[in-house]
Design a protein around this ligand. Structure first.
Ligand SMILES: Cc1cc2nc3c(=O)[nH]c(=O)nc-3n(C[C@H](O)[C@H](O)[C@H](O)COP(=O)(O)OP(=O)(O)OC[C@H]3O[C@@H](n4cnc5c(N)ncnc54)[C@H](O)[C@@H]3O)c2cc1C
Length: 467
């Protein structure tokens, strides 16, 4: 039993993972959840007011990789479960591990501040009453897909039709017989363009930059499982996500995919200005078909908005009834003091994307943008934090942590050429190994046996068996 008292902020997939781990270790904790139930993003129309899920949303990573290491998804789930199935899985996880009573629902954390050697957490009770308490550690698991990012710089001109962000999009019905323009090239843009194209007069698709688009399957195997195995077979890729071997693996993979479905520009979508793997991959098995059957029309970038007319770089203009901006999300942590949050990226500089080097006791679960599933990584982050709280493992010195953060940041900038969402990007397999090494190396050093809690390693081994 530890003498730490811990606050967990959020009961989405990351917060649930943290609660399960802390509970298993007998580390006392309080979990605060703004909404009236668990599930975060996966609860459609969540009453936390932060919901981003649309009705047609399916998990974009497969059942086998999207599960927590500690509990499989039901056998009768499809490869890519619907959001209602993901929510049912999360609810079941909470019931199975008896976590529901440990979560304070309809309770919003309003401030987290360091006071002496503790953290003062302030929150609002369901009846509106303000409360506060001190904790030795805080695990922030509040998610980062709820604060819509607008186009920067804004488009020139004025638009008088209907505009919305993908955060507000739920169903296609209201777009029936309309001309819809979807702006963006990420997963949501593909999903929403395919969705609206079922009912719209025409769905146009435009993006400022191109992105590599990958299908859900390679043969009969979900593509993410193939990618995990491929990455696991390149040992150096585990260490150096931007290294030559990783690049080689990526280009082999890219060629295989291009042979199967063609490249985005072969289908009229913008040509990516970066090599495969050097930017976020977009998953869609449907978009090229929707273009092919004439229900989605790719357009070059927008030059001007003019009433309900939208003008494009090729000189064409279209009457557009509605624009759906799939332009991503800002990272917003409103309860944290300004000096903790990086003013440029909006995020926090973190060692291994979990530990704040300047603020002992402040940890982040799920504050990553992963090319792969988040659940197993959030769970592994929580295991590592529990190791730290139990003092089973040690951290490097503050200077060493800061140096590594700076180095990783440089690597990300070289690879992605900017900040924003990329500031928190990790590659699934390399990151999994980094976390496992953090947990193992320190334990060996202190003479504590490794492998005691190795459920996460079993899952990685399962998906990384040779092709
Ligand atoms: C459209 C879309 C599709 C996605 N699909 C996938 C996918 O297929 N696979 C995948 O791995 N990832 C996917 N993601 C990423 C997805 O956000 C995460 O996988 C997952 O939901 C993150 O879990 P989380 O717990 O970190 O955050 P969330 O799910 O956002 O949960 C955060 C929780 O914290 C609570 N909270 C926030 N602030 C406070 C506060 N101040 N006080 C108390 N509680 C608070 C919220 O109410 C919420 O319940 C998708 C994202 C989007 C936008």
């Amino acid at each position: 039993m530890s003498d730490e008292r811990v606050a967990v902020i959020g009961a989405g997939p990351s917060g649930i993972a943290a609660c399960r781990v802390l509970d298993e270790r007998d580390i006392p904790f309080d979990c605060f959840e703004k909404g009236s139930d668990v599930g975060g993003l996966w609860r459609y129309e969540n009453d936390n007011g932060l919901a981003s899920a649309y009705r047609s949303l399916h998990v974009n990573t497969s059942r086998e990789t999207a599960r927590y290491a500690s509990r499989p998804m039901p056998d009768d789930y499809p490869d890519f479960p619907h959001h209602t199935q993901m929510l049912a899985y999360l609810e079941d996880h909470v019931e199975h591990f008896g976590l529901r009573d440990r979560i304070r629902f309809r309770t919003e954390v309003t401030a987290v501040e360091p006071v002496d050697d503790t953290w003062e957490v302030r929150w609002q009770e369901p009846n509106g009453e303000a409360q506060c308490a001190r904790y030795t550690a805080v695990l922030v698991a509040s998610g980062h897909h709820w604060d819509p990012r607008r186009l920067e710089p804004p488009l020139p001109g004025t638009y008088t039709g209907r505009e919305l962000h993908s955060h507000q999009y739920r169903t296609a019905e209201s777009f029936a017989n309309e001309n819809v323009l979807v702006v963006g090239i990420g997963d949501s843009a593909m999903d929403i363009a395919c969705d609206t194209s079922q009912v719209s007069k025409m769905t146009f698709l435009t993006a400022r930059r191109g992105a590599w688009i990958v299908p859900k399957y390679l043969g009969s195997t979900p593509l993410d499982q193939v990618a995990v195995r491929l990455q696991s077979r390149l040992p150096i890729a585990r260490e150096v996500a931007g290294g030559a071997l990783f690049n080689l693996g990526s280009s082999v993979f890219a060629r295989r995919i291009a042979r199967i479905q063609g490249r985005p520009h072969d289908h009229g979508l913008p040509q990516p200005d970066h090599r495969f793997g050097a930017g976020i991959l977009t998953g869609s098995s449907d978009i090229f078909t929707r273009v092919g059957v004439g229900r989605v029309t790719p357009k070059p970038w927008i030059t001007r908005l003019d009433g309900e007319q939208v003008r494009f770089e090729d000189g064409s203009a279209e009457h557009i009834d509605a624009i759906v901006y799939c332009t991503g999300y800002k990272i917003t942590l409103p309860f944290l003091a300004a000096q903790i949050v990086d003013p440029v990226s909006g995020t926090v500089p973190l060692y291994r994307r979990v530990v704040h080097p300047d603020h002992p006791g402040l940890y982040f679960i799920g504050l990553i943008d992963v090319a792969g599933p988040l659940n197993p990584l959030s769970e592994l982050q929580a295991e590592w934090v529990a190791d730290l709280l139990e003092r089973e493992v040690e951290l490097p010195s503050r200077t060493q942590m800061q140096q590594l953060i700076a180095k990783e940041d440089r690597r990300r900038r070289q690879r992605f050429g900017g900040a924003g969402r990329h500031a928190i990007h990790v590659d699934y397999v390399p990151y999994l190994h980094v976390l496992q090494r953090e947990r193992k190396r320190r334990r060996v050093k202190r003479g504590i046996p490794t492998g005691r809690r190795s459920s996460e390693i079993r899952v990685a081994a399962k998906v990384s068996r040779p092709l």
